[in-house]
Design a binder for this molecule. Sequence first.
Ligand code: SF4
Length: 79
Amino acid sequence: MAFDAHLAYCSGCDRKVRVIVNPRVVAEGREPTAKDLICLEHGDSCTGDLCPLFDVPSAEMKERYADLLRRARDRQGGN
Ligand code: SF4
């Protein structure tokens, strides 16, 4: 699955991170909201309880990332 990733500066880990819009937005034929943004670096280097880039609890970004991985696996027919 290819993503159209954009770079954004994360002050939590002091570097640029790759960010995408959840592909479910296209599948659902709607406009993206802030809740559809996903950091592809989640878990690699963020350590705090709050994601400073998206101003959401780290657990929420973790769930968004997990949703992305689940969808990718489903599309590939994996387990
Ligand atoms: S999820 Fe982690 S790495 Fe990504 S922007 Fe938020 S704090 Fe930074």
